[in-house]
Design a protein around this ligand. Sequence first.
Ligand code: GRF
Length: 205
Amino acid sequence: MNKAKKRLAILVSGSGTNLQAIIGAINNKELTNTEIAIVISNKKDAYALKRAQLNQIKNIYLNPKDFLNNEGYETELIKIIKDENVDLIILAGYTRILSAKFIDIFSQRIINIHPALLPKFGGKGMYGLKVHEEVIRSKEKESGCTTHFVTSDVDAGPIIAQRKVPVLEKDTPDTLQQRILIEEHKLIVETIKKVLFEFAFSYNK
Ligand code: GRF
């Protein structure tokens, strides 16, 4: 284990384009002294797992249904992450809501990316296309993406950074989602840099 580098655990459920952006930034040295320790998915068919495999990154599919309850599932998740000596956990399109216990154990070391300008258009049930549908329905002039620390209030933890995009008259939820996703890929990398190397947090475990 190379502890000269900061180690990331990336939790995913879907296509993993944000994961891909992080992999790309590490490969092209935009993100230095950083490595992805592990990618963990709660969905077997998440393309994010394939991306990890293609890049020789350790990856695990952890099926919540293999456990008696969420506590059992998270106990295993916590063990896996602790064993990897991780500095920062990134929720990159991870669809499960983490318990207060989990969040407390990794306090200030979990970040999430959300495809809207929080505190607007966040919270339980606000994910995927639904977010962009609401933004368009509300006739917002701009939207964007937000990274924030994860607390037990869904999408309401301290904001780290945002990138904005205009909402165009001709936008559909799909087109808006696509334009925001491009910004997410920049934001996630900027945020990781900021949190690991600019913030004065002590990550000693
Ligand atoms: C992104 O829009 C992210 O903000 C949200 O889920 C989506 C994940 O996309 N939380 P991907 O799996 O990284 O492509």
